[in-house]
Design a protein around this ligand. Sequence first.
Ligand code: FMN
Length: 171
Amino acid sequence: MDVLEAIKGRRSIRRFKNSPLPSSLLSALEDSLLEAPSAGNLQSRRFYFVFRGETGRQIARAAYHQDFIQDAPLAVVCCANMKLASHYGERGRTLYCLQDVAASIENLMLVAYSFGLGTVWVGAFDETEVSKILSLPDYIRPVAIVPVGYPDENPPSPGRVGREHAISHVR
Ligand SMILES: Cc1cc2nc3c(=O)[nH]c(=O)nc-3n(C[C@H](O)[C@H](O)[C@H](O)COP(=O)(O)O)c2cc1C
């Protein structure tokens, strides 16, 4: 699939079928996370693959009952590694590691889409609660939860602003 086609066709999916993920797709999803760019190639990020079950239910509760998280066969909890990023001081800890994770998340969503899978970027959750559920050390900051599964809906695009609102050409 053409990359721009994937970028334009991907939609946030919040209804998932009950089908499991083929294990052959898991390693491609992992590659998509690992191959993203990162500041100084430090790869200041860490990912927790939570498969459907009790931990997934706890994570959904910590995400203010966004229950579609527990319906997906997989939820990837995407975290920043502030210890690795501290190589770049304050900027590393507060900015670079978040960008490292964000680059991986977008890769994940596009590769998942190219395999016919649905995802949604979930940013609304109680960080302290998610850290507790996964026993994260204090230097690992959960940034987003991405449920992954076969879509059971086909939502329309919510639209985007016109070019003139977001892009300036400077010559
Ligand atoms: C940083 C961030 C946080 C988000 N948090 C949530 C969330 O907590 N719950 C949710 O259902 N969608 C969440 N979304 C998904 C957005 O609502 C969605 O991407 C946006 O409405 C555009 O729709 P599209 O992804 O279908 O293009 C989040 C997206 C981003 C980038």
